[in-house]
Design a protein around this ligand. Sequence first.
Ligand SMILES: Cc1cc2nc3c(=O)[nH]c(=O)nc-3n(C[C@H](O)[C@H](O)[C@H](O)COP(=O)(O)O)c2cc1C
Length: 201
Amino acid sequence: MASEERPEIDPLLRNRWSTRLFDPTHELADAELGRLLEAARWSPSAGNSQPWAFLVARRGDAAHQTFVTTLSRGNVSWVPQASAVLVSLYRAGDDEDPALTFSDYAQYDLGQSVAHLTVQAESMGLAVHQFAGFNHDDVASMFSVPPAFKVTTGIAIGRWADPAVIAADEGLVEREQRPRVRKEIGEFVFAGEFGVPIELA
Ligand SMILES: Cc1cc2nc3c(=O)[nH]c(=O)nc-3n(C[C@H](O)[C@H](O)[C@H](O)COP(=O)(O)O)c2cc1C
C-alpha cells in the first residue's frame, strides 16, 4: 500500500517522530513540564495501580550533568541538547520485599503513560525521543532509586531544531533523513488464529 493510500490517522500521531536534532537553546517551562506530567498521570493502568515514576533532569542542572555521564556512545551526541530528560521507572516489587511482584502489568502501564506524555508533547509543539541506551545501574545508584523500582527509559524532551539553523552534526542530520519504516498490519494483526493476517476491505 503506497503511503498516500494508508488509513488516515490523527496528525498528532502521524507527525510524531523521534528526532535527534534538539534546539540547544530551548528551555522547557515549568508549566509545560507540568502539562506533560499531567498527561502521563491520566493514563490508564491495571487496577489504577499507577506504577510509574519519573526522575527529572533539565539541561544545566545538577541532575542533568549527572545523567549525561551515563549515556551510551550512540546517544551522547544528541541527548544532552534536549531541554530536559525524564528517566522512567516502574514499581516492580513491594517496598518490604522487592522480590514480590507489584503488578504483572507495571511495564505495560508505564509504557502507556509515556505514550500519553508523547502525544501531549506533540500537541504542544514539543519533540520527544525515548531511549534505552544509558547505564541503568548507574542511574539507579546515582539517583537513590529504591530496589522496588526499575529504571526503564530516558525520555528526551525539547524543541526540534532545523539543521540549517543550528550547527548540527552531519551524522545526526543523515540519520534524521532516513525513511521511517513499519511492518505491514497483516504482519502483526491476525484473524481467526495467530499467523493468519487480517484482511481489511
Ligand atoms: C524503549 C525504547 C528504547 C529506545 N532506545 C533508543 C536509543 O537508545 N537510542 C535512540 O537513538 N533511539 C532509541 N529509541 C527510539 C526508536 O529507535 C524509535 O522510536 C524507532 O526507531 C521508531 O522511530 P520513530 O519514533 O521516529 O517513529 C528507543 C525507543 C524506545 C520506545
